[in-house]
Design a binder for this molecule. Structure first.
Ligand code: NAG
Ligand code: NAG
Ligand code: NAG
Ligand code: NAG
Ligand code: NAG
Length: 569
C-alpha cells in the first residue's frame, strides 16, 4: 500500500518502527530506533522549503524577462517592486520579500485582485472543494443544446436573484468583455425588431445599406477591451491611436454629472453642458449618501433639467445622416470604475433609462465590475431604482475564483431572436460557455454572499451590506488637503489626490511613492493615475476596513509633508 502511494503520487514514504505494546521504559528504545526516520523527515521538509524559497527568490527576475504584463509600462517596473505572491488566503496575499532578510509576509489585497475577489478564507476553501468535485465529475463539457446541473442551478439562481422581476434568460460566456459584445448584439436586434429595420431586412433580404447602429453611453465609462466593446466607449487613453488604431467610437457620448465627498460633504459636480444651460442650482450638496439615492429627487428641478437635455439629444441624433440610430443605451450603473472611480449621479442615470424606454431604445447595464455586492447590493438595479432589458455580470459572479460571465436578457429581447431559421438565432458562443467549474463556483458564491448565516455583513433581509468604511475616518480623509474627492460605496473606498498637469490623469505616476509605502504597511494597492482605492470583499469585516483606512490616513499625512517640502524648496 505504502509503496503504491509512493509510485502514484511521488510522495516520500517513511516508515516508523512499530510501537511496542509494553510502553515501560518511556518508549526510550522506540525513540532511539525512530531517530533517523524523524531526521530524514526533517531533512526532506527543509530541503523542500529551501527549494521553494530559491524559486521564489529568482522569480521576479525571470518574470521581468518573459512576461508582458497588462496595462503595464515595463520600463517603470524595477525588479525590486515586483510582488512575488506565494499564495492567497481569503483577502490576503502571502508575499515573498527578497530584500533585507527574506521572509514571507501578508498583504491585504486592496485591489481585490483586479476587482474580482469576494471570498474570505472559509469561502475560498468551500469554492475549492466544489470546483474540485465539479472538475472531477465533468472536466469540461460543451453547452449548446445540453444541460448539466451546475449550469442549470447557476442560471436559475441568476434569474431569481440579480435578474428578478425583469430577466428571463441567461446567456453564458467567459469574461466581462464578451458579455458586453453579446449584450450589444442582443440590443441591436431588439432595436431593429422594434423599429421596422428587421422587417425591411426580411422583405429585401438585406439591410438598408447605410443603416448604422450606435450606442448611447457616458463619457468615462469602460466596457472591456475587446474591439467591439471598446467602440461603446468615449475617446480615452485606452482608445487612442497608440492603443487601438481601429477605434472609431460608435456612440453618442454624454458627459454625466458626478457626486463625491469633499470636506465631509457629498456634493454634486456638474458637467459643462449644464453650466451652458445657465441653470442656477442654489443647492448642490446632499445631507448624506442615502440622500443621493433617494427617489424624492425624481420630482426635483434637476430631474427636469436632466430629462429635457437627454430628450433633446435623442431627438437631435437619429437622422444625422438619415440612417443613424441609437440602437442601445449602455451604462455602468453608479460607479465608473476604470474611468477613475467616479460616482455618476444616479438620478441622471435613472432619467436616462426612462428617456430611452420612451424612445424604445434597449437598455444595457454593465454590472461586470459593480454587480454582486461590489456596491453593497447584489444588483445595482436596487440602487438606481430601475431595471434594464439586458445586464452583464462577471468577476464577483463566481466569487472571483474562476472566470465566467453571464448576459441576462428579458423575454422581449429573447423573442427577437426566435423564429424558424437558424440564421435568426444568436450565432455566438465560446468554447468554454457555461464552464461547469465556473457555474459551480457561481452557484456557491451567489448563495454564500446573500445568506446572513455565512456573510456577517448582510443586513436588511439580505438586501444590503452594512457600512464597511468607518464614516468618521472617511470624512477625515475627505477633508485632507492632499485629497480632491472621496467616493465610498459598498466594498469600494476611492480617493483622488489633488494634482495638476502631468500629475493628473491615468498616465500619472504621482501616487507611486504612496502606494509603495502602503505596501510596506501590508496593504497591496495599485493606482489609477492619481486615483487610489481600497477594495474589500462582501464578507470583509468593518474592523479590517477601518485598519486599512487608518494606515492610508497615516501615510497621507506623510505624503503631504513630502509635498510641502517640495513646494518650499
Ligand atoms: C536570493 O537572491 C539573492 C540575489 O538576488 C542572493 O544573494 C541570495 O543568496 C538568494 N537567496 C537564496 C535563499 O537563494
Ligand atoms: C490577513 O493578514 C492580516 C495581517 O497579517 C492578519 O491579521 C489576518 O488574520 C490575515 N487574514 C487571513 C484570512 O489570513
Ligand atoms: C474574453 O473572451 C474572449 C473570447 O473567449 C477573448 O477573445 C477575449 O480576449 C477575452 N477578454 C478578456 C479581457 O479576457
Ligand atoms: C460644491 O461644489 C461646487 C462646485 O461644483 C462648489 O462651488 C461648492 O463650494 C461645493 N460646496 C461645498 C459645500 O463644498
Ligand atoms: C438640497 O437640499 C435638500 C435638503 O433640504 C436635500 O434633500 C437635497 O437632496 C439637496 N440636494 C440636491 C442636489 O437636490
Amino acid at each position: 500500500m505504502l509503496f503504491s502511494f509512493f509510485f502514484l503520487y511521488r510522495v516520500p514514504v517513511l516508515v516508523l518502527p512499530p510501537i511496542p505494546t509494553d510502553a515501560s521504559n518511556d518508549l526510550m528504545e522506540w525513540f532511539d530506533e525512530s531517530h533517523d526516520v524523524f531526521n530524514s523527515l526533517k531533512d526532506i521538509m527543509l530541503s523542500a522549503y529551501s527549494e521553494r524559497i530559491c524559486r521564489l527568490n529568482e522569480s521576479a527576475k525571470r518574470a521581468g524577462e518573459v512576461f508582458w504584463w497588462p496595462f503595464t509600462q515595463h520600463n517603470l517596473v524595477p525588479e525590486e517592486t515586483v510582488t512575488v505572491i506565494d499564495s492567497r488566503c481569503g483577502e490576503n496575499f502571502s508575499v515573498h520579500k527578497v530584500r533585507d532578510n527574506e521572509f514571507i509576509t501578508q498583504q491585504f489585497d486592496a485591489c481585490a485582485s483586479w476587482w474580482t475577489q469576494g471570498p474570505d478564507a472559509i469561502l475560498q476553501t468551500e469554492l475549492a472543494r466544489d470546483m474540485g468535485y465539479t472538475a472531477a465529475r465533468f472536466g469540461h463539457v460543451m453547452f449548446p443544446e445540453n444541460v448539466y446541473e451546475p449550469a442549470l442551478e447557476c442560471a436559475e439562481l441568476l434569474l431569481q436573484g440579480v435578474g428578478k422581476g425583469w430577466a428571463s434568460r441567461t446567456f453564458f460566456s467567459d469574461n466581462g468583455s464578451t458579455a458586453i459584445e453579446i449584450a450589444l448584439k442582443m440590443a441591436f436586434r431588439k432595436f431593429s425588431s422594434d423599429h421596422g429595420i428587421l422587417l425591411d431586412f426580411f422583405k429585401n433580404n438585406r439591410a438598408e445599406k447605410s443603416v448604422e447602429l450606435k450606442v448611447l453611453a457616458l463619457k468615462g465609462s469602460y466596457h472591456g477591451d475587446t474591439l467591439g466593446a471598446m467602440e461603446a466607449q468615449a475617446p480615452s487613453p485606452y482608445t487612442g491611436f497608440l492603443q487601438q488604431p481601429w477605434y472609431v467610437g460608435r456612440g453618442l457620448f454624454l458627459d454625466p454629472p458626478t457626486v463625491f465627498m469633499c470636506n465631509s460633504i457629498w456634493n454634486l459636480s456638474l458637467p459643462e453642458w449644464l453650466h451652458a444651460e445657465t441653470v442656477e442650482l442654489d443647492n448642490t450638496t446632499f445631507s448624506s449618501r442615502d440622500d443621493i439615492f433617494n427617489k424624492h429627487r425624481d420630482k426635483s428641478d434637476l430631474a427636469g433639467i436632466y430629462s429635457s437635455y437627454i430628450s433633446h439629444k435623442l431627438s437631435q441624433n437619429p437622422g444625422l445622416k438619415g440612417f443613424d440610430h441609437i440602437g442601445a443605451l449602455i451604462i455602468e450603473p453608479v460607479i465608473h470604475a476604470a474611468g477613475g472611480m467616479h460616482m455618476v449621479d444616479p438620478l441622471f442615470q435613472r432619467v436616462l433609462v426612462n428617456e430611452c424606454r420612451n424612445h424604445k431604445i434597449p437598455v444595457i447595464f454593465d454590472e461586470v465590475c459593480c454587480g454582486f455586492w461590489r456596491l453593497g447590493v447584489e444588483t445595482t438595479t436596487n440602487l438606481l431604482g430601475c431595471v434594464p432589458d439586458i445586464a452583464c455580470f462577471a468577476k464577483l459572479l463566481t466569487g472571483g475564483v474562476i472566470p465566467l460571465a453571464a448576459t441576462l436578457a428579458s423575454k422581449d429581447v429573447f423573442d427577437s431572436f426566435v423564429g424558424d431559421s437558424k440564421l435568426k438565432a444568436l450565432l455566438h458562443g465560446h468554447s468554454y460557455s457555461a464552464h461547469a467549474m465556473g457555474c459551480a463556483a457561481a452557484a456557491k458564491a451567489i448563495k454564500w454572499f446573500k445568506d446572513p448565516q455565512t456573510n456577517p455583513n448582510i443586513i436588511s433581509e439580505g438586501r444590503l451590506l452594512k457600512e464597511l468604511w468607518d464614516p468618521e475616518l472617511v470624512q477625515k480623509i475627505s477633508s485632507h488637503s492632499a485629497v480632491r474627492r472621496v467616493v465610498t460605496l459598498g466594498t469600494i473606498f476611492a480617493l483622488e489626490l489633488e494634482a495638476e498637469g502631468s500629475n493628473a490623469g491615468y498616465g500619472s505616476l504621482y501616487a507611486s511613492s504612496l502606494i509603495q509605502k502602503l505596501r510596506q504597511d501590508g496593504v497591496y494597492m495599485r493606482p489609477l493615475g492619481n486615483v487610489i482605492y481600497l477594495m474589500c470583499g462582501p464578507c470583509t469585516s468593518p474592523e479590517v476596513c477601518r485598519q486599512l483606512l487608518i494606515k492610508l490616513h497615516r501615510r497621507l499625512r506623510d505624503f503631504n509633508k513630502v509635498e510641502e517640502k517640495l513646494v518650499s524648496c
